[in-house]
Design a protein around this ligand. Sequence first.
Ligand SMILES: *Cc1c(COP(=O)(O)O)cnc(C)c1O
Length: 462
Amino acid sequence: MMYRSTRGAPSQIDFVEASLLGLAPDGGLYTPIVYPALTPGASHLSYVETAVKVISAFAGASLPEDVIRTLAEKAYAPFAHASVAPLTQVGAGRWMLELHHGPTLAFKDVAMRLIAQLYDYVLGLRGERMTILCATSGDTGGAAASAFAGAEHVDIVILHPLNRVSPTQRLFMTATGADNVHNLALEGDFDGTQAILKQLLSDEPFRRRTSLAAVNSINWTRVAAQSVYFAQAQAQLGAATPIRFVVPTGNFGDALAAYVAYRCGLLNGFDCVAAVNANDAMARLLAGEPLVRGYTHPTLSPAMDIQLPSNFERLLFEAVDRDGAAVARAYGDLASDGAGRLPQAAAAAFRTMGFSAERVDDAETLEEMRRTYAETGWVVCPHTAVGLAAARRGSEREGAIVTLATAHAAKFPETVEQALGIRPGLPDRVGDLYSRPERFEVGPMSLAFVQDRIESVVRAKS
Ligand SMILES: *Cc1c(COP(=O)(O)O)cnc(C)c1O
């Protein structure tokens, strides 16, 4: 099983290399040359067994199956629910796929924990060390900190904008107690932290000297790990049941993972709704509008406040029949002119593939949180509510509608209070979060400052 860039460079690498590299040297995203041919699983398979089946197919000869089993067992052991991603019914024919039972209460745990296990295993085998760099506006940093905490062969340096993440989000990053987790709170905004991350990763000598890598949402291993829960949902509802998946969407990682599961033969057909908030880039792109870098509107579902969904590139690659030159042209135009026109036939191709989009604004998000509470007694997070509101729009259709519950409501207590007038408590397993000691350093939003801190982390460990 080999991987190539979406921008057409001919070189091929295996699953483990694609995982360690993240981004391809030509700026494109790694994608399998052929999708493995699998069949829907039986409903009695455990989550770990399904993960072993799917990840083994993607890993090919690069990782033995028994190693994958050990990594998956370790990754999913701390989940609070034994089935990892349980389905719960919210109404007639409508379901929720609960992805928030991990240590940091959001779906990012599912893939991040597997990738952390993979890195530590492979680096240990090679006798190498790496420094993972992560710029976060909220949930990803916590998931990464928790997943890599205590890893023997990895240091992780997390950049977050000072005072611009919620206290709960900050604590998940800064209170792991692990000495390989380093937090820098930078004086500025998220775009600033992301710009520094990009500069550091594109500084080749620095990157080599410090063995720097990023585990952002374009990493193929994250997509592969996320395709597992779509397969598992299909197995639970029965292979004969057509499912519409409604996916609260930001960087389009989850929605793309659904498509990947379908392409591997793990789903009965493909029907996927990208549910977006006021940041509706994904809806505009699916309609064939050009790639642009727009303004980010702050909303009540902040993990979805994305202006340019990074995994869209993989969808475009499929829509143009894997014409890497066409993808490179669109992204090249975006970089040079600020607008990347999509090929004429793209919008029709997205539709034929089975993708659509629904926009849900903040008022409707709050209303959906109230409605779900009234109908089921459950308190859902605002991201999940965006999905549930979008799901209602198609509820007269045949088959099952499965909405992804992407985070636990307790991660967004202010919004829950605004909607319902109650403040959700943290689940028992993280109940002591607010009393854990924090460790982070405040500094200027400057490349030199971050560079200096990374150098000192690397020096301390060598
Ligand atoms: C990251 C995130 C999303 C968006 O997922 P993508 O894969 O980036 O589209 C939605 N909800 C929550 C809670 C998230 O953390």
